[in-house]
Design a binder for this molecule. Structure first.
Ligand code: PDD
Length: 277
């Protein structure tokens, strides 16, 4: 496997991260997961725009254009002959003696490598189970930060409960998103999802679903919704780069509607591949 480390391509066994890398010690960095279908990147510009946003908000001094990141990622995918899969890219504030304060001088550590991603065909066909879980994360979930402790604790709890995803809520009146996905509910033919603010990641797939909904003439509503609304929804589904659109058919052991993937979810799923590039 070929890895992009800073501005050079190296072999997997040469890809070593320093003990004092701030990404390793503080989770002081940001990341992206980008999908590749049939050898072409999916929504690459959107991912790079969000990565630059995360860098700016985290005050990590990296200009992706200066690094020719787009061209580098395309080259990385080619070097690894990625046909169907993805890339992981991570940028930390760099290496410095341990201190919470930003180092006066540090060069960001950039690395990227291929991820073996597959379409979640069975989950999309049958739907998945979810649990409801308190959202214990920080208040800047719009930054795609390496600090994922709140997310992984929730995801593991879902797994341990026999479920695929944890639907997070700040309180009973406020569902935010999934532990690694955005959540949508369908009620009376309308698509409802959390507004784009500091409490959720502004999902690239979420944006793509907005585009598909407009094409299909489905009303797209961005507003806060409650746990009760999720449990009484006609349909519930999750979205992410890796899960695409996946129906949620059971929440906390209660069926969503009749416990089958719903018609609007299925329509979005059918349309998903139509505009891939
Ligand atoms: N997860 N919300 C959270 C908390 C996420 O971590 C993700 C993505 C999403 C969906 O975003 P997008 O549609 O841009 O992938 C929403 C990635 C895939 C991950 O951490 O692996």
């Amino acid at each position: 496997m070929i890895i992009l480390k800073n501005d050079t391509f190296i072999e997997r066994n040469e890809a070593v991260i320093d003990m004092e890398d701030r990404g390793f010690q503080f989770g002081d960095g940001v990341y992206e997961v980008i999908r590749i279908y049939n050898g072409s990147f999916f929504l690459l510009e959107d991912h790079l725009t969000r990565l630059q946003y995360s860098l700016n908000e985290a005050q990590i001094d990296v200009d992706l254009k200066e690094h020719q990141m787009k061209e580098k990622l395309i080259e990385l995918a080619e070097k690894n002959s990625v046909e169907d899969g993805g890339l992981y890219i991570q940028i930390s504030r760099g290496v410095a003696p341990r201190n919470h304060l930003f180092p006066a001088e540090a060069t960001a550590t950039i690395f990227a490598y291929p991820l073996p991603l597959k379409k979640p065909i069975d989950q999309q066909k049958n739907g998945v189970k979810a649990i409801l879980e308190q959202d214990i994360r920080w208040l800047r979930c719009d930054i795609k930060s390496l600090n994922l402790m709140g997310n992984i604790l929730a995801k593991q709890k879902a797994k341990d409960s026999g479920a695929y995803e944890a639907i997070l809520c700040r309180d009973e009146d406020h569902v935010t998103e999934g532990s690694s996905t955005n959540i949508f509910i369908v009620k009376d033919g309308k698509l409802i999802t959390h507004p784009k603010n500091n409490l959720i990641l502004h999902g690239i797939t979420r944006k793509y679903i907005q585009f598909l909904a407009e094409k299909l003439g489905i009303e797209f509503v961005e507003r806060v919704y409650s746990v009760k609304e999720v449990l009484e929804a006609d349909e519930v589904f999750l979205t992410s780069t890796t899960s695409e659109v996946t129906p949620i058919v059971e929440i906390d052991n209660k069926k969503v509607n009749d416990g089958q993937p719903g018609p609007i979810t299925q329509k979005l799923l059918e349309q998903y591949d139509q505009y891939l590039h």
